[in-house]
Design a protein around this ligand. Structure first.
Ligand code: PLP
Length: 236
C-alpha cells in the first residue's frame, strides 16, 4: 500500500475516533488534503486513494496544478492562502472554494470575477458560484490574516446576497497551543452564523497538530498537509 494511502486511511480512522468520542457524526467532517509545495504525482496518488478535496496556498503553483490535473473528475480545489486584492481573478476562475476571504474588497472582486467566468462557461459544464468561508483571526495575532470577530456580520451579509458566491462558513488558524477557549469561541461564532444563513455548513478548523481539539469543538473540515504528504520543504 502506498504511503499516502496509508496516511489517508489512518487520518480518516482518527477523524472517526475523535468524532465518536465527542458524539459527532464523522460523515459530517470533511478531510481537506493540503497539497501546497507537493508535486502533482502525490496529488494523483491521493486522488487514486479516494481523496477528492485539496487545499492550496500559493496561487501560481495552484493554478498550474489545477490546469494539469483537469482529467481528474470530481476533484475539488480550495484556496486557503492569504489573498492580495490584485490576485483575485485566478481564484475566481479556477477554484471551487476559497476559505481565506477576510475583507469586503476581496469578496466584491471575487464575486464580479466569478460572475464573468460563469457567463463564459459552456452549458455542458456550467460553472457554479464560488463557495466561500470567512477567515477569522480568532487568536488576534497582528501578523495573521483574518478579520476580527466584530466584522463578520457585515462581510457575511454581503457574501450571502452575492450571486457569484455562496456563504459556506468560517475558517480559522488558531495560534500554536491556543487554549480550548479559542476553539470554543470559533464554535460559537459558527453556530450564530448558521442560525442566520441556511447555506452555512462549514467550520474549517484543525490541522495536523490540532485536529483532535478542533473536532471536539465542532469542526466540520480539517485541513491536513504534513500528516498526509510528509514535511514540506521550506518555501523560498
Ligand atoms: C499549510 C496549511 C495547513 C496544513 O498544515 P499541516 O500542519 O501541514 O497539516 C492547513 N491550513 C492552512 C491555512 C495552511 O496554510
Amino acid at each position: 500500500m502506498s504511503v499516502i494511502k496509508n496516511n489517508l486511511t489512518s487520518i480518516q480512522d482518527s477523524i472517526i475516533q475523535h468524532a465518536e468520542k465527542n458524539h459527532k457524526n464523522a460523515e459530517n467532517i470533511t478531510l481537506l488534503a493540503v497539497s501546497k509545495t507537493k508535486p502533482n504525482a502525490l496529488i494523483q496518488e491521493a486522488y487514486a486513494a479516494g481523496q477528492r478535496a485539496f487545499g492550496e496556498n500559493y496561487l501560481q503553483e495552484a493554478v498550474d496544478k489545477i490546469k494539469s490535473l483537469k482529467v481528474l473528475n470530481e476533484i475539488e480545489w480550495h484556496f486557503i492562502g492569504p489573498i492580495q486584492s490584485n490576485k483575485t481573478k485566478p481564484i475566481a476562475q479556477h477554484f471551487d472554494w476559497v476559505q481565506s476571504v477576510d475583507r469586503l474588497k476581496i469578496a466584491k472582486r471575487l464575486n464580479d470575477q466569478r460572475l464573468d467566468t460563469m457567463k463564459l462557461s459552456d452549458n455542458t459544464t456550467p460553472m457554479l458560484p464560488l463557495n466561500v468561508c470567512i477567515q477569522v483571526n480568532i487568536s488576534e495575532e497582528t501578523s495573521k490574516s483574518g478579520l476580527s470577530t466584530a466584522d463578520i456580520s457585515e462581510l457575511a451579509s454581503f457574501i450571502e446576497q452575492a450571486q457569484g458566491l455562496v456563504l459556506r462558513g468560517l475558517m480559522a488558524i488558531p495560534q500554536k497551543n491556543a487554549p480550548a477557549e479559542t476553539y470554543i469561541n470559533m464554535q460559537q461564532l459558527f453556530n450564530t452564523l448558521q442560525k442566520q444563513y441556511a447555506t452555512v455548513d462549514t467550520l474549517s478548523m484543525g490541522m495536523s497538530n490540532d485536529m483532535a481539539i478542533a473536532i471536539a469543538s465542532g469542526s466540520t473540515m480539517v485541513r491536513i498537509g504534513t500528516a498526509i504528504f510528509g514535511a514540506r520543504e521550506a518555501k523560498a
